[in-house]
Design a protein around this ligand. Structure first.
Ligand code: 9MG
Length: 283
């Protein structure tokens, strides 16, 4: 392997993510209301079918989450979260050729899903829960560290910044230091500005505009804006009418160098990414 290849290839369990390209990560929520069409088997089957459809549409990662991060969402116990997430991780690993990302802050969920075939830990709390740094280190998997202040329940209570991009960068650099001390090297880290987490519309827009500044941290960026209220507030659209705004932001994020786009609308976003790649590879 050449040194350039080793810089762009991120081992994710038994698969490898080629960071020379922009990837689309499909969102798979496995909270009780996501697939509420009957018994346990049919919910699992519906979740697998949804994951499969996203893979066929071009997703190279599926982000499986069992705890809602929406403000006001009910907290779930580690056991409850594990019972939601573990069976679908095991099933996707068996049935589909895709990198499984697990959206969790819970040490036990990190350890068990890694054993069942997960390839990436996506933690909106940046491994700040007790035991999370050690659990993530023990898995050997890459980790996505996301910026958020406070907890999902209180994060939108008057967030304040002098310079949002600088402060997000400082937060992520500090979390990378904590990871290094816990035995998670920089090469295993993906960074995420955390759009919609403890930020007003103006904070989100400014952070998006200046996102390139985060490249100085030297790690790939993941961006998640799909259907979020920053689109709703900027365009005055309800959640069902945010696709076009989301695709505009996906295109902009890709051009600004984001390597992973976390989205609900996989097929549409894959077209955006492919179109940009076609132009960029032209003479
Ligand atoms: C779980 N989740 C919800 N929004 C997210 C975002 O913007 N980034 C990441 N990494 N995870 C998210």
């Amino acid at each position: 392997m050449t040194s350039v290849q080793s810089l762009t290839r991120l081992p994710c369990g038994n698969r490898v993510l080629d960071l020379a390209q922009t990837h689309v990560m499909g969102i798979l929520n496995v909270t009780p209301d996501s697939f509420s069409d009957g018994g346990r088997y049919s919910q699992l089957d519906a979740a697998l079918r949804h994951a499969e459809a996203m893979v066929l549409a071009g997703a190279t990662l599926i982000d499986v989450g069992g705890e809602s991060t929406r403000p006001g969402a009910r907290a779930v116990s580690p056991l409850e979260e594990l019972e939601r997430v573990a069976p679908i991780v095991e099933l996707i690993n068996r049935e589909l050729d895709v990198i499984i990302s697990v959206d969790t802050s819970t040490p036990a969920v990190m350890r068990e899903t890694a054993r069942l075939g997960a390839g990436l830990i996506n933690d909106v709390r940046s491994l700040r829960r007790d035991g999370a740094l050690d659990a993530a280190a023990a898995t050997g998997l890459p980790v996505c560290l996301m910026h958020m202040l406070g907890e999902p329940g209180d994060m939108q209570d008057n967030p304040q910044y002098q310079d949002v991009t600088r402060e997000v960068g400082e937060f992520l650099a500090e979390r990378m230091d904590q990871c290094a001390q816990a035995g998670i090297p920089a090469e295993r880290i993906i960074l995420d500005p955390g759009f919609g987490f403890a930020k007003t519309l103006q904070h989100n827009l400014s952070l998006f505009k200046h996102m390139e500044a985060l490249h100085t941290l030297g790690r790939p960026l993941l961006v998640g804006v799909s259907r979020k209220s920053m689109i709703g507030h900027a365009l005055n659209r309800p959640v069902g009418e945010r696709l076009h705004g989301g695709l505009a932001l996906a295109a902009l994020a890709s051009v600004k160098g984001a390597r992973i786009l976390r989205v609900h609308d996989v097929a549409e976003t894959v077209d955006v990414v492919r179109m940009i790649a076609a132009v960029e590879s032209a003479e």
